[in-house]
Design a protein around this ligand. Structure first.
Ligand code: NAD
Ligand code: UDP
Length: 313
């Protein structure tokens, strides 16, 4: 049994990760400042004696004794990370420094939840880990993209300078139960809109693409990376490589919810990447990992979740 720290543990991915790590027999400490996460996401874990929750902002130092760290703290939805962009950069950069410092003192493994956003609006397609990206350093997405890029730099410098065992996962769009109804990301937006009979807000002409990974697959990939051989540092892409246009996603959600909602077009947000698809060869080779859940299956499970939590008409 290990004692594992999960920052951002009350968020969408963090709550699933805490749950799986507990199921695997570990002790888990979740740290969160509830910026986008909520106690409701982990309420079902609160009675478990191997689970502990600490309200804390990772931009401040943290002193704990643990065996492993998963660093997930950071708002992930463009709406939320752009709401307080300075805090977003601080969370990625100061948060990384604080947690890397903790990992260094304890000489333990630390995994960074990095992102496909490090590739920006990519001109290499699908994206491989050796691609350096096409990121605007001064745009509205930069607080997130550059914050995450700087965090990767810090991880690799701690590795080179202090021989710290690091793991960097580049997470591609992931969806599933426990996304907040007001999260603002596309899958939850479309499902909530479809279930409540509102217009489905497609930004731009809907021809931009994303590749959507179901949360259970993502969590298996992250744990697989953490438990991989010490020589494996990443960065490793983790995501589902099946690519869809946003218009196709809208059609699928309307069909699976049997909704009467119609698509309404809204302006494309600034710097919105036109395409995104992971090359996951490396994750296959190093971790023997690939996603198992297809978009329709995952959407059905996610729709079920939102049907339960949304107010009944
Ligand atoms: P989320 O917003 O649901 O979760 C983030 C959690 O971090 C929340 O609980 C939030 O309250 C917490 N947090 C934010 N700032 C904090 C701070 N300063 N101190 C402590 N806690 C803080 O998002 P998510 O989808 O669960 O994403 C989790 C991680 O995975 C993030 O680091 C995100 O960048 C990364 N990621 C997610 C996706 C995805 O599609 N879900 C894609 C790429 C990367
Ligand atoms: N999007 C959309 N309607 C929405 C929310 C998002 O058309 O209600 C689009 C958005 O412009 C982007 C894609 O869906 O092209 C994915 O957006 P999301 O915010 O989920 O994540 P991103 O990959 O952009 O960080």
């Amino acid at each position: 049994m290990k004692r594992i720290l999960v920052t951002g543990g009350a968020g969408f991915l963090g709550s699933h990760l805490c749950e799986k790590l507990l199921q695997n027999g570990n002790e888990v400490i979740a740290v969160d400042n509830f910026y986008t996460g909520s106690k409701a996401n982990i309420a079902h874990l609160m009675g478990e004696f191997r689970f502990e929750l600490i309200r804390h902002d990772v931009t401040f130092p943290l002193y704990l004794e643990v065996d492993e760290i998963y660093n997930l703290a950071c708002p992930a939805s463009p709406v939320h990370y752009q709401n307080d962009p300075v805090q977003t950069t601080k969370t990625s950069v100061h948060g990384a420094i604080n947690l890397l410092g903790l990992a260094k003192r304890l000489n333990i493994r630390i995994l960074q939840a990095s992102t496909s956003e490090v590739y920006g609006d990519p001109d290499i397609h699908p994206q491989t880990e050796d691609y350096w990206g096409n990121v605007n350093p001064i745009g509205v997405r930069s607080c997130y993209d550059e914050g995450k890029r700087c965090a990767e730099t810090l991880f690799f410098d701690y590795h080179r300078q202090h021989n710290l065992p690091i793991k960097v996962a580049r997470i591609f769009n992931t969806y599933g139960p426990r996304m907040h109804p007001n999260d603002g990301r596309v899958v939850s937006n479309f499902i909530v809109q479809a279930l409540s009979g509102k217009g489905i807000t497609v930004y731009g002409d809907g021809s931009q693409t994303r590749s959507f990974c179901y949360v259970d697959d993502m969590i298996d990939g992250l744990i697989g990376l953490m438990n991989s051989e010490t020589s494996v540092t990443g960065p490793v892409n983790i995501g589902n490589p099946v690519e869809f246009t946003i218009s196709t996603l809208a059609e699928k959600v309307i069909e699976l919810t049997a909704s009467k909602s119609k698509v309404i077009f809204k302006p494309l947000p600034f710097d919105d990447p036109k395409q995104r698809q992971p090359n996951i060869q490396l994750a296959g080779d190093l971790l023997d990992w690939k996603p198992a859940i297809e978009l329709e299956q995952g959407l059905v499970k996610t729709i079920e979740y939102f049907k339960q939590i949304l107010p009944k008409e």
